[in-house]
Design a protein around this ligand. Sequence first.
Ligand code: C2O
Ligand code: CU
Ligand code: CU
Length: 539
Amino acid sequence: MFLTRRSLLLAGGAGLGAWLARTHNDAVARVPERVASVPLAVDPQSLAAYVDPLPLPPLARAVGKRPDPSDPARQLPFYRIEMKPATVKVHRDLPPTPMWSFGGSVPGPTFETRSGEGLLVEWVNALPAKHMLPVDHTIHGAEKENPEVRTVVHLHGARAPSESDGYPEAWYPPGQSAICHYPNKQDAATLWYHDHTLGINRLNVYAGLLGAFIVRDKAEEALNLPRGQYDIPLVVFDRMFGKDGSLYYPVSDDAKSPWTAEFFGDAILINGKLKPYHAVEPRKYRLRIVNAANARFFHFSLSDGLSFIQIGSDQGLLAAPVEQKFLSLAPGERADVVVDFAAARGKNVTLKNDVLDILQFRVGERAATDAAAVPAVLRPIVRTSEASAIKTRNLTLEEIDNLVGEPTTMMLNGQHWCMPVTENPVIDTVEIWNLINLTDDSHPIHLHLVRFQILDRRRFAVDEYNQTKNLRYTGRVIPPEPGEAGWKDTVRADPGMVTRIIVRFEGYPGRFVWHCHILEHEDNEMMRPFQVLPAPSAA
Ligand code: C2O
Ligand code: CU
Ligand code: CU
């Protein structure tokens, strides 16, 4: 017998997972009671603020050159990055935390590259055989027959061939590695890499397997935006810690099936530190903010009346800068912002998430001359016309709970991961995807390979749709917010709304995935393959 989450809650039968899910869109961060009562949990608010400097992840360094797989006459930089255990000092007064890392740091090393300059990465699984977090063997892909520790790396936001995209089933166990080719034939943008293993992705990323990847290009460099030491990544994610410094990941009440529907931690880390400070000059800085949380939506603001000048979203620059007092980011999304600290000379400015201070900028008295500027026009972004779409797909987002204690399942269009491919666009054609959210939660939907534009969001009659499959709109058309009106690869599909996106399937034919970027959902069926078909003439 199946019940929706809402009816389960009304019946008072919700497990921890469903209970936690209720907090997911709350404006104010709070510690869920059930989890706060975990013995030995550390309350991050009891730790001193701003005693650690903000770390900047090391830069990834090529170890040599290898031939370009698509043009063997050409040599590409070759990187070799090990996924391996590391101890991370999250806060001065917390014992070191055992985590899993790329190359020894969390976040892993930041890649810096240029548009069209391809590179090769050998991602090496040098992890132990036993997982550091509770694997749920009832989840598809995480069955007992499979090695407990498996990894496969995805470069989020990359236009990369299918073989290098980190297909969730292309995982490999400790002792093995995979070489991925990233041609980077795409515009400048802040991408990020993370584990994508079927059934344990949430645990591998939570353990620390994530990092930033920056693509630059000439067009962007011509703009005179802040650069060098004034251009920094802020990779943000939440965690929970024990008093011994260990990472804590909550489990359900069912020992056989520990999966929970969403993770929310009370410790918000920036570049792997809890409440760090960063000394800045009274001038403009470019901050590339990545929401690398499992499930938390961040709502950032700055103290002292400062605002974010948003210049970019997931897939690079917006058409024009947008001044924002508040900046919301769903899991997987990025925002590129310029903050001008000139107005706060000599002050301490804090970055907040909801009501919590999470980072302190110590603004100095003196700046070397600030030649950086934010031009009124950043780049042309041509809106993809709806008339160019050759297909419109209605795709539902659904949530199903069952009463016998098995995990809640989230699904895309009522399909399980292992069912045959249903989304099969032809290369270089345009499609409109209507994301019809039948659930009570917001789901950040991400498509691999492509960039897309948000057309609009619109409220519809959910109950009527459930009963008759008739899509009747009840609200007005809401255009994308200014900060999401550029090129995107992840979009918030809000509850009770149809979110329409328009996508040109450019790049490479082959098998890719689309999924909810709440990692707990993604692991539990809220992910589907899609197949980009070759052009008919080439077939
Ligand atoms: Cu950031 Cu398919 O993922
Ligand atoms: Cu991706
Ligand atoms: Cu979701």
